[in-house]
Design a protein. Structure first.
Length: 68
């Protein structure tokens, strides 16, 4: 497929990190190069729990480039 699948919208906030991992795995099974969820409080929580030495940088979609 050679595409990146980006998930967004109000339903994303209701998904746990394991739910998101399951969904991204299904994207890989469909042939997607990658799957992306926007950064949010859950993302920050996992980042902090991992005690990363890298500073957290939130990511979001570029609305100008989104395909619907």
């Amino acid at each position: 497929m050679g595409r990146v699948i980006e998930y967004r919208g109000p339903g994303v906030a209701a998904l746990s990190v394991p739910d998101r991992a399951t969904i991204t795995n299904m994207g890989a099974e469909l042939g997607a190069t990658s799957s992306i969820f926007p950064s949010d409080e859950r993302t920050v929580g996992i980042f902090e729990a991992a005690e990363s030495r890298q500073p957290f940088k939130a990511l979001a979609a570029d609305e100008k480039r989104s395909v619907r």
